[in-house]
Every structure is written in C-alpha cells, then in structure tokens.
Design a protein around this ligand. Structure first.
Ligand code: UT7
Length: 354
C-alpha cells in the first residue's frame, strides 16, 4: 500500500465509437502520437558563469554534469517557447491546432500570474476555444499533466490533448547565488496524447504521483504571490529569486524517484529488464546516476541530456523524450518509464508503451 495517487489498469480493449463529449466511456487507451521540443539559441556556459560567481567549470561538471544551459532571448516568454515545441509535436503527430481538445501547460514560470500561459498558447497556436489551463507541480509538472491528459482520453471525453512543459527559469535565478545559478536553464517540450485508434498496444500503463508539502521550504520562490507581494523590500532581500537547500533536495530526489519508479514496476508486474528506457528529470547527473543505481537499470538505458540543457524544470522530461524519439533511440513497442521530482515537494513516475 502506498500513499501515492496511483492508476494502473490492464490493457483495455478499444472503446465503442460513441464519442459524445461529457459522456465518458472508460474503455479507451492513451498513446503519445507526437513529440516536440525547443531550446533557445543563446547558451550560458560554465565559462560564462565563472565570470559571475566564485565557481569553476570543473566543479560544476563534477558535481552536476552540466556544461551549458539555454537562455531565452529578451523578447521570449514561456508561452513563446511552448508554442514552438507544441507546433513541432503537432507536426510529428500529423495533427492540426484545430484537432486539439485540451491544452495543459505545465510550468512554474508562466508569462503572467494571469492570464495563464495555456490561454496565451491557445491563442498563439490558433487552437479552438478549448479548455486550457496551467499546471503548477514544478519539475514533476509534465508527469502530472500527462496523467491528467490520460484521464480525459481514457474516459472518452477527448481525443487529442496537448501537454506542454516549458520554463524560462533564468529570470527567477539569482546570478550571485552559486548554488542555484549553475543549475537552471530555459526550454520547452510538448507531447500530443491521443486516443489510440490502431491495433497496436501503445498506451499509458500507470502513474504514481506524490506531494509532500511539509518539505516545501527546501525549494521555493518566496515573493510575487499573495503571501509576499512585490515591494522594494522584496527586491532588497532578493526574495524574487529561487531559494534551495541543495543537499536536502538531492537526497529527497534520489529517494522519491527511485521509490516511484519501483512502484511502477511492482504495480505492472514488470522486471527491470522489461524497461527499455528510463527518462528521469534532468536536474543533476549525480542524481540521475544514483536513481539508476538504486533502480538497477543499466546506464545505457537512461536518457540523459542535462549536460547541454541544465535543469529546465517541467520541460526536462518532454525535451529528453523528444530528443530520444527523434534520434531513433525510442521506438514503437518499447516500454518507457518517466520519473520526476521537484518543488512542493512533488514527485512521480509514469510508464507508457510507445
Ligand atoms: O529540480 C530539483 C531542483 N534542484 C535540484 O535537484 C538540486 C539538487 N542539489 C544539487 O544538485 C546539489 O546539492 C548542488 C549541485 C546544488 C550542490 O552540490 P553538492 O555536492 O550537494 O555540494 P554541497 O552543497 O554539499 O557543497 C559542497 C561545497 C560547499 O563548500 P564547503 O561548505 O564544503 O566549503 C559549497 O559552498 O561546495 C561549495 N559550493 C560550490 N563550490 C563551487 C556550492 N556551490 C558551488 C559552486 N562552485 N557553484
């Protein structure tokens, strides 16, 4: 028995052809019909960061694995990055914006407090006036979002759901704090979650999601919300920037991603050798290696791109997924396990068959 929000069901048969929105049929399954990603052109290298704080390339590589992060241009906001990733995912799926039934935009760095980045994306994409909302679960956001998309598809309410993970984190980072400024970058990834219509066995098999608000102060952005609205005092104390207790986050990240990954195996009665790819949240190479070791998966089955992206929070998993799909590593029929951890503290895993 776990305290995660969990869903796992046997492979369902295809549902009936009745498709009235709002009258759910429980017999559909969800496949990922397209992926896309976008990384801004500008790079912030370790050499650049050496000029800002007391650190060095060797320390950053050894302790994090990161070599460079992408940084959005001055005129790019989070929905702009999400737009390009979404367009690429649509193209890959062979769908058009008007085919999308729901937009879930996973981010902790939306363009504005309101309106949502999802509504901005709906307009920029030229999608129909469909339900669109932001989802705030930090680095676990994409897995949370994909699990919600799965529910709308399983129940027959929707056919195609756009799930975006996008962040412009560099605007929330204090480039005088050497513990955080080495980690974060900007980027966007997107998938189209679609009702499976063919005879193949593609589907989301399970998700295991957690939240533990007791540990929320380990990673937070204090100001800008209703608790601490913007003021001169906020700026004087740098409360507009991310604050992190790195060592504690590190330990909790390894534990939560290892446990929720194991839950996915146990629930689906799978052994580790039946997993083709593990795509963990890309925060730190040492965290990824530790999760791989705990979980017992060979290093060559772990998708890693943190070296060139840094930590892009909700965007890390869909970016890594898209890269591995496009370079041919991830293929039809394979089993892919996603696992994430982030502020909240949130965490989780999601298992799907391609
Ligand atoms: O998406 C989730 C968000 N965040 C994370 O996942 C981050 C998780 N945590 C981490 O990745 C690591 O804890 C860090 C990379 C942030 C820090 O690495 P660490 O191996 O845990 O270092 P530490 O905090 O134990 O610090 C070791 C030493 C300290 O010096 P003293 O006290 O031993 O003299 C730090 O002051 O390293 C020092 N240090 C640095 N030195 C050079 C901390 N940051 C830096 C730096 N350059 N950038």
């Amino acid at each position: 028995m776990t305290d995660s929000s969990t869903v796992s069901r046997p492979a369902p048969s295809q549902g009936s052809s009745k498709e009235t929105a709002g009258t759910p049929s429980p017999l559909f399954r969800t496949r990922i019909s397209g992926t896309g990603s976008y990384l801004p052109e500008k790079l912030l290298t370790n050499a650049d960061i050496e000029k800002l704080v007391d650190t060095n390339d060797q320390w950053i590589r050894e302790r994090t694995g990161i070599e460079a992060r992408h940084i959005a241009a001055d005129d790019q906001a989070t929905s702009d990055l999400g737009l390009i990733a979404a367009q690429r995912a649509l193209e890959a799926s062979g769908l058009k914006p008007e085919d999308i039934d729901l937009i879930i935009f996973c981010t902790v760095s939306p363009d504005h407090v309101m309106p949502s980045a999802a509504c901005l994306l709906q307009k920029k994409l030229g999608a129909r006036h469909v339900m669109s909302f932001d989802l705030s679960a930090a680095c676990s956001g994409f897995i949370y979002g994909l699990s919600i998309a799965d529910q709308f598809i399983r129940t027959g309410v929707h056919k195609h759901v756009l799930v975006v993970g996008a962040e412009v984190l560099h605007r929330y980072v204090n480039y005088q704090d050497r513990e955080t400024c080495i980690l974060f970058g900007d980027g966007a990834g997107a998938v189209i979650a679609s009702r499976a219509t063919d005879n193949q066995d593609s589907r989301i098999l399970s998700f295991h999601l957690r939240a533990d608000g007791n540990l929320g102060d380990l990673l937070l952005l204090p100001a800008g919300g209703s608790a601490i609205p913007f003021s001169q005092n906020v700026l004087d104390q740098n409360l507009q920037y991310v604050q992190m207790k790195g060592r504690e986050i590190f330990k909790n990240a390894v534990r939560a991603m290892s446990e929720t990954s194991q839950e996915a195996l146990d629930t689906n009665h799978l052994s580790i050798d039946q997993i083709d790819w593990l795509i963990p949240h890309q925060a730190n190479l040492r965290i990824i290696d530790a999760v791989g070791r705990h979980f017992g998966i060979p290093a060559e089955k772990v998708v890693i791109n943190v070296q060139h992206t840094g930590n892009t929070s909700a965007a890390t998993i869909p970016i890594a997924l898209d890269e591995a799909v496009r370079d041919g590593r991830i293929k039809r029929e394979q089993m892919v396990l996603l696992t994430a951890f982030g502020a909240g503290l949130t965490s989780g895993s999601l298992l799907f068959k391609v």
